[in-house]
Design a protein around this ligand. Structure first.
Ligand SMILES: [Mg+2]
Length: 442
């Protein structure tokens, strides 16, 4: 199943060494050519092409690269005004230091840690270098944050003269040699399991989850492995007696949807290893979005909602002005420790309506308002098209049709009297807080 698992379950024809890239004819624990223990065997190794690549302890790794004397010391990136751990190196992690931990607690666990203030500019530069190297492998690179991305390598074998698995192993070596940090690679057939795989054997990991073992592998895992199942939702599931993905695998789709709404659908599908989300290359021009950075971090749903509403209206106004619409709504959040979360949802039809963008964003936001402190929120739409077929009159949902008509009326008033002539309930009276204090559009 995994690179580290007994070779008996693997096809011995299908292996290579991650250090010297030599093919392995026999499933042994060490490389036939160089003796390295970092050999990979997997029955689907040469047919899988969807990867998730994640830099290991990224900020800390960059600092250690630049200050080699810190190599064997526990290093924590963080502190400053916000007073939490952004990234801990693996030595500090072994002592119990975790991301987002208050700094005083981290130093209790690891008193000799060396604390370094984050140098975001430097990390962004290094992150861009890594991304450029990814884009040399395939045009289908979808960044998730500064240091991780999905890559779809399907159809690239001719270009590279070798299968995706070998391309990825070679990439990991190249990043170590040229940039001086390490990455972990997850290889699978879908996004969900590629991400799970890259997390599995950090640092310097290379894990494979094939279709053959997906369901049995997932059965033993906790529900929190599923994307979108945070602490709060896991607690809800635990109340219902559901702790493992295996339990979800025995439940019917209807039952899960009745209990948990749209999240139930996700539970049903992902628990069975079903995930058909595509890797979308990140082209700024192909989305319309608006985002804002707060003066002070916000954590509660109630605080974030009016800002989301105002941003949705802004995006909608730009779509309407350009005569375009988007089918995928994207919510972006940046936490106090600079981690970026993006959540997407595809709609049945493209939209240009603030109400649809907002209500979809609200749904996505609800699950992310888990106590995390955020410094930025953004909303946008992608999968753009012209607006000819956007927002068809929805005869089933009379409510949404009425809202669309009302929105048309509000637009008309705004066009006549200016943007602030009409405020909706979500933003009305919220003053400067409801309105983004500072807005950067992209
Ligand atoms: Mg990382």
């Amino acid at each position: 199943m995994f690179a580290s698992m007994p070779a008996a379950v693997n096809d011995p024809e299908h292996g290579f060494c991650r250090d010297c890239l030599a093919p392995q004819k026999v499933a042994r624990r060490r490389c036939e050519a160089c003796g390295s223990p970092r050999v990979v065997h997997h029955g689907e190794l040469y047919s899988l092409s969807l990867a998730h690549i994640d830099c290991d302890a990224f900020y800390a790794a960059v600092e250690k690269r630049d200050r080699p004397e810190l190599r064997d010391k526990p290093v924590i990136i963080g502190g400053g005004k916000r007073g939490v751990v952004s990234t801990a190196c693996y030595i500090a992690r072994i002592r119990g230091v975790r991301s987002a931990m208050p700094m005083f607690k981290a130093l209790e666990a690891c008193p000799d840690a060396i604390v370094i203030k984050p140098d975001m500019e430097k990390y962004v530069t290094v992150g861009r270098q890594v991304r450029a190297m990814m884009q040399a492998l395939t045009p289908l690179v979808e960044p998730i944050s500064i240091d991780e991305a999905f890559l779809d390598l399907a159809g690239t074998q001719k270009l590279h003269g070798r299968p995706p698995a070998l391309v990825l192993a070679s990439f990991a070596r190249q990043v170590e040699a040229e940039i001086g940090i390490t990455v972990s690679v997850g290889l699978s057939y879908c996004k969900f399991l590629a991400k799970v795989a890259s997390d599995f054997a950090k640092p310097r990991g290379f894990s494979v989850i094939g279709e053959a073992e997906a369901v049995s592998f997932l059965a033993g895992q906790p529900v929190t492995l599923i994307w979108g199942v945070g602490k709060a939702f896991a607690a809800t599931l635990a109340q219902d007696g559901i702790r493992t993905i295996g339990q979800l695998q025995t439940m019917e789709q209807d039952e899960l949807m009745r209990r948990y709404g749209s999240m139930g659908m996700r539970l049903y599908r992902l628990s069975r290893g079903m995930d058909d989300r595509q890797v979308h290359a990140d082209h700024d021009a192909k989305s319309v979005s608006a985002e804002t950075t707060f003066d002070t971090d916000l954590a509660t749903f109630e605080d974030l909602v009016p800002i989301l509403r105002a941003l949705s209206e802004k995006v909608s106004a730009r779509l309407k002005k350009s005569g375009i619409a988007g089918r995928t709504v994207v919510l972006k959040l940046k936490s106090a420790d600079f981690r970026i979360r993006t959540r997407n949802r595809q709609l049945p039809d493209a939209t240009r309506l603030a109400d649809r963008i907002f209500s979809t964003g609200l749904d996505l936001l609800r699950r992310e308002a888990d106590g995390t402190r955020y410094r930025l929120i953004g909303i946008g739409v992608s999968d753009l098209s012209d607006d000819g077929r956007a927002d068809p009159p929805d005869l089933v949902d009379v409510g949404s049709r009425k809202r669309a008509m009302a929105e048309g009326a509000i637009d008309a008033l705004r066009a006549k009297f200016g943007g602030k002539a009409v405020e909706t309930g979500y933003t009305f009276g919220r003053g400067s807080r409801g309105r983004p204090p500072r807005s950067d559009e992209s």
